[in-house]
Design a protein around this ligand. Structure first.
Ligand code: B4P
Length: 197
């Protein structure tokens, strides 16, 4: 895997079905490019753990495999993107997930809406992601990783999030990356795909 040039001000989005490896790759890309990875899923789980008001509300949806309502999610991202550490770039992991969230992100970025560099779409087939998430369930016991909830999350992704890919493709931003294979291999593919843009 080749060393990427240090690129400043990269603004990336990472989209993919549950279990495609978003969180896994986000951490690596954050380190490679020196930009913060912002995962709405992690922020919700942190709030659940700390028993905040947001956490109590979010848990109900997450445990059922539903998306947390746009209003709550958008406020959280608006707040996070107002922090000083994002001025030199960021990677949003798992946001936006609905068309309404796309509009909100455009609004948050304002005049910078055209400054997104790429939308990485990680692909993985259903049986592979179900098997990964069941394995994680056995290891970490996440409450939204039961088989029934996983299948529901996949349906929600297909209905609500997959249409976003067309929107970003229309803006010429989509970079499709095969999420199957070793974790390092997938990271290498993403870096190569971004470098060849
Ligand atoms: P997320 O935290 O984003 O959870 P996820 O979709 O399951 O992806 P995650 O990043 O955890 O898994 P990954 O694919 O990396 O969201 C959880 C919930 O939060 C949502 O269902 C929703 O309720 C809520 N939420 C979050 N954002 C929201 C938004 N914008 N709007 C509304 N609601 C929102 O990895 C899965 C497993 O695969 C791991 O165990 C990993 O180790 C393994 N893995 C990764 N890569 C692999 C590889 N190459 N080979 C083998 N295994 C691999």
């Amino acid at each position: 895997q080749s060393e990427p040039a240090v690129t400043s001000s990269l603004r990336l989005l990472l989209i993919g079905p549950p279990g495609a490896g978003k969180g896994t790759q986000a951490a690596r890309l954050s380190e490679t490019y020196g930009i913060p990875a912002i995962s709405t899923g992690d922020i919700f789980r942190e709030n659940v753990k700390n028993g905040t008001e947001l956490g109590v509300k979010a848990k109900e949806y997450m445990d059922a495999g539903q998306y947390v309502p746009d209003s709550l999610t958008n406020d959280l991202v608006r707040d996070r993107l107002s922090q000083p550490d994002v001025v030199d770039g960021f990677l949003l992991d798992g946001y936006p997930r609905t068309l309404q969230q796309v509009e909100e992100l455009d609004d948050i970025l304002g005049a910078n809406a055209s400054s997104l560099d790429a939308v990485i779409v990680l692909t993985a087939d259903t049986e592979e992601v179900v098997s990964r998430l069941l394995k994680r369930s056995a290891e970490q016991g996440r409450s939204d990783d039961t088989e029934e909830v996983i299948r529901h999350r996949l349906d929600v992704y297909a209905e609500q999030t997959a249409p976003l890919i067309d929107v970003y493709a229309g803006r010429g931003l989509v970079v499709n990356v095969d999420g199957l294979g070793e974790i390092d291999e997938v990271t290498g593919r993403i870096i190569a795909a971004l470098a060849s843009r």
